[in-house]
Design a protein around this ligand. Structure first.
Ligand SMILES: NC(=O)c1ccc[n+]([C@@H]2O[C@H](COP(=O)([O-])OP(=O)(O)OC[C@H]3O[C@@H](n4cnc5c(N)ncnc54)[C@H](O)[C@@H]3O)[C@@H](O)[C@H]2O)c1
Length: 282
């Protein structure tokens, strides 16, 4: 077994015990029992033998996805689902030529998936119902929150919404309206908490006397403001230099790991709070 596989197994073990310690371990088996069921291999045929669901996680390079899916097509069981973690690539781009293309699907997780449970499920036009239903059922069974993207489109749903937010934050700094630090606070102290428990459509419904009332009050302003957004930023030039400099000052590159740990601990805390609040409600 290669050192990459050994270190991945070490990481999985550490994460299972962290989940156990925080009371967020999922399933009916203990962390020890779960870890005993996980094995590693450098051999694709051995790795997928007898598998019901394969979750491909190689880098976001179309030719690499094509090559991995071509190899999987040859060696997986007839009923296996072959799923990709791709964040942006439409499944038809790398499954069209395959004999088992009806069993191929995208199931896009969000990082860190154990504490941010959303998964976007994106079928291609030839993905069969069995594959869609079984992928959705499996994700629900393991505690993820699946959503269906009914049509293949660039960025699916999560990244389309995320890029709309990033684009406007970038423009606000580029146009000298706000500092990088303040624009991030608009999310971390404003929209982030607001959306931690419900989506924007439900927020609209609650922030007036229902959705129709919200539209009656705010549709004109929303259209006026939205029409001033301007073209998509190209993320280069003076704005790029300024934002890179600001971010490197706020969080020097040597401190990235420390800050990631800080973020993951807070996401874990939020996941725990949500779990506790949900179980109090039952
Ligand atoms: N990082 C994220 O936040 C995130 C979130 C959701 C989805 N994704 C998607 O998951 C996929 C992987 O992203 P990542 O950020 O984990 O990438 P990564 O580069 O961190 O990990 C990729 C893994 O693939 C392995 N690998 C590289 N070449 C390979 C090959 N030829 N055959 C087999 N294995 C190979 C590497 O050893 C590494 O373990 C991408 O499609 C990405 O879009 C990433």
């Amino acid at each position: 077994m290669s050192s990459e596989v050994t270190s991945a197994l070490d990481d999985i073990e550490t994460q299972l015990y962290a989940a156990k310690q925080s009371g967020l371990l999922r399933g009916t088996l203990s962390a020890e029992e779960q870890f005993k069921l996980i094995t590693g291999s450098n051999d694709l045929v051995e790795a997928v033998k007898g598998a019901k669901h394969i979750q491909e996680c190689v880098p976001e390079i179309l030719d690499l996805k094509k090559a991995v899916f071509k190899n999987l097509d040859k060696c997986v069981d007839e009923t296996a689902v072959i799923s990709s973690s791709t964040s942006c690539l439409a499944p038809s781009l790398f499954t069209e030529e395959l004999s088992k293309r009806d069993h191929c699907i995208v199931c896009h997780p969000v990082n860190p998936p154990y504490y941010v449970p959303l998964v976007e499920i994106i079928p291609s036009s030839w993905t069969d119902k069995f594959t869609m239903d079984r992928t959705r059922a499996l994700m629900e069974e393991i505690g993820q929150v699946p959503v269906l993207v009914k049509k293949e489109l660039p960025g699916f749903a999560l990244n389309r919404i995320q890029y709309a937010i990033i684009g406007e934050c970038w423009r606000l700094v580029q146009e000298g309206v706000m500092s990088t630090e303040d624009v991030d606070k608009v999310m971390s102290a404003g929209l982030g908490p607001r959306y931690a428990f419900m989506g924007p459509l439900e927020v609209m419904h609650l922030n007036a006397e229902g959705m129709q009332s919200y539209i009656d009050r705010y549709a004109k302003s929303m259209t006026t403001v939205s029409s001033t957004f301007g073209p998509a930023p190209t993320f280069d030039g003076a704005a790029l230099n300024e934002i890179v400099k600001d971010m490197n000052t706020q969080i020097p590159l040597v401190n990235l790991d420390e800050r990631r740990q800080w973020r993951d601990a807070r996401l874990l805390g939020l996941a725990k709070l949500k779990k506790d609040m949900d179980s109090e409600q039952k």
